[in-house]
Design a protein around this ligand. Sequence first.
Ligand code: BES
Ligand code: MN
Ligand code: ZN
Length: 496
Amino acid sequence: MNFELTPLSLAGACQDKTEALIVLVSEAFKPGKDAISLLIAHALAAKDLDYKAGQMLAAYRVPGIAAPKVWLVGAGRGTAAHIKTAMAAVTPQIKSLEIKKLSILCTTALEAPSIHALVAAVSDGSYVYTTTQSKPKGRQLKSVQLGLVGINAATQSAFNTAKATVMGVEVAKEWANRPANHATPTALGLAAKSLTLGAKFSCEVLGPKEVAKLGMGSFMSVAQGSREPLRFIVMRYQGAAKSVAPVVLVGKGITFDTGGISIKPAAEMDEMKFDMSGAASVLGVFKSLSVLNPVINVVGLIPACENMPDGLAVKPGDVVTSMSGQTIEILNTDAEGRLVLCDALTYAERFKPAAVIDIATLTGACMIALGGVRSGLFASDDTLADALHQAGEASQDLCWRMPLDEAYAEGLKSNFADVANVAGRAGGAVSAAKFLQRFAKAFAWAHLDIAGTAWKSGGAKGATGRPVGLLLHYLLAHAAKAPAAAKVPAKRKLKA
Ligand code: BES
Ligand code: MN
Ligand code: ZN
C-alpha cells in the first residue's frame, strides 16, 4: 500500500480525483468558500453532522467535489483518542466497498499521536489475512493520500514513524493469525532469522540440546509433551554503541496451548493459536526497527514451544528446576506461560539490560479484569512503569498498571519446591506476575499481560498486533532520552 502525506487544502481536496474522500471535521474547523466547506456547514446547521468524534455523514456525487464518495466524520478536538474513534467509524467502509484509492483530509493541524492514530486506523481497516487461503484476494486498498494543513519536519517524521510502526504491527498480526500448524516454533525461528538480515542485526536460534545445556528445565518441561521441537530465539538489534545497555523484550511464544494434562475445554480452544502473540509482537518490533534504525540497542528473546498432553508430558505435581536454580512445583500444566518466561528472564541477565519487558498472553484473569481495552502492566520499577504507560497513551495502545504487593505471592507457596506455578483463582493475573517477578530481580522489569488485547474473538476473530505500537513508542522515547554521551564516540566523551 502506498501511503503519502501531502499538503492539501479544502479547495484542493475538492479537485482530488480519488475514489473516496474522508474529511475529518474537528472543532477548530474554519469553513472556506469551497464545496466541501459548504457541505460541512450545511450538514452542521441541519444537525446531520456533529463535531463529536465518530459522528458520520456519507455523501455521494456532490457537485464541486471530484471524489464520488465523501464521508464527513466528526473528529472532536483532533486528539489521538478522538481520531481513533473517528476513523473506527469510517474504516469499515474501506473494506466493505473495496476502495482502492482513498484520500483523507484533516481540516486542522494534527499532533504526532493523532497522526499515528490515523495511520494505524488505515492499516487496521484495510488489513486482510491471506496466508492460508487458497484464493486470496488480499488488501484492496492500494493508495492513500493523507492531506494535512501545516506540514513541517515534525509532522513528516511522525508520519514516517507511524508508517514503520504499522509495518511492525502487520508482521505481528500475520504471525499471530497463522494457525499453529503453520506457525510452529521452528517457523518462528525462521521468521526471526529473516527479519534480522540487516547489518545492525543478528539472530541465534537455539534448539533442545542448547536449551538443555543452559539448564532451562522449566521451559523444557512445557515442551516435553510435544512432537514439535522447542526453539529459543535470540534476536539482537545494535543501533547504538556496544557500551549502551540494551532493552530486552521477552515474548511468550506458546504456538499452541491445549493446557497440557490440565487440558482446556474444547470451546474456543482454536484461539490458543494466538498464545504466541507476545512473541509475534517482538517480531513486529524488530520489523519496525529495521525500517527506523533508531540509536538504541534491543534484544528480543522468544521461548517458543507447544503445550500438549502426551504420555511424556509434564504432570501436575511434577517438580522442575529452572535455569535460576529455583525449583518449581507445577500444580497446573495450563499455567505454562510463566514456566517458559521465567527461564528467558534468567537468560536476560547476561545482557546487563537497562530494562526487561516481557509480553505475554498470560492469564484469562487479566482479560476478565481489563477486557480488550487496556493491557495489564506490572512493573518493579516506577520510572519504567510510567514510561510504558505514557507510551501506551501516545500510541493509543493502552495499558493500565496493576499491583505487585508481596501479599499476592502468598498462594504460590509449595510444600515440595521453592515455588508453585499457580495460586488460587482470585487475583490470578497478579499472582502470575508475582511468579515472574521472582526471576526478574536483577534488572528493572515490566510485564505486559496482553491476554485480553492481543486478539479479537467472534466475527472479527483475528490478531490486533498489540502491543507493538506501545513498545515501539517506548523504545523510541527511550532512545531519544538516552544520555548524549552514549551516542558520541568515546574520545569526545572523555573531553566533556
Ligand atoms: N494462554 C493462557 C491464558 C489465556 C487464556 C489467554 C484465555 C487468553 C485467553 C494461559 O496459558 C493459561 O492457560 N492461563 C491459565 C492460568 C491458570 C491455570 C492459573 C488461565 O488463565 O486460566
Ligand atoms: Mn495455558
Ligand atoms: Zn498459555
